[in-house]
Design a protein around this ligand. Structure first.
Ligand SMILES: [Zn+2]
Length: 154
């Protein structure tokens, strides 16, 4: 009767606004965040990921696994991904695995999280592009793409 499309997953912690808006919010409106503070947050990828989850920029997918209906989705170390962690089912027979970037502002990008967060911060505080290139080592083309994207979404 039912096609096997899998269950519809509803995230109760899904924010009402897109995650890029949240990045802008804590970059611009949180006056306690200056560049030194941001660098401290970015100094550990675990710390940064927790911070981004707290601000609903990355999402918490911890839940019972709908695929096997047996395991629990937990955050696990995974050195094969650039972020070092993935969401994975605790049931060893189930191979459910999901990027920590899923459904977020960062999905689809291969640039590291801390660099993206810094570029958004630089954009929000109107740093000239040549300074951003110097501070991040990211190519001019990528910086221009990010700046254009930030302008479009704001
Ligand atoms: Zn599972």
């Amino acid at each position: 009767m039912h096609a096997n499309n899998g269950p519809t997953i509803v995230f109760d912690n899904f924010p009402p606004v897109p995650s890029y808006v949240r990045v802008m919010e804590f970059s611009v409106t949180d006056r306690s965040v200056n560049f030194e503070h941001l660098c401290k947050i970015c100094s550990s990828s675990c710390h940064l990921q927790s911070y981004l989850r707290l601000h609903k920029v990355l999402f918490n997918f911890h839940r019972r696994c709908e695929r096997c209906d047996n395991g629990v989705i937990n955050l696990r170390r995974d050195s094969s991904t650039c972020d070092g962690q993935v969401w994975r089912c605790s049931n060893k027979k189930c191979n459910f695995k999901q990027s920590i970037r899923a459904h977020s502002f960062f999905s689809g990008s291969h640039v590291s999280l801390h660099l993206i967060v810094k570029v958004v911060y630089f954009w929000a505080h109107q740093y000239p592009q040549h300074i951003v290139i110097h501070e991040t080592g990211i190519s001019e083309k990528t910086i221009i793409d990010f700046y254009n994207f930030c302008r479009e979404v704001c």
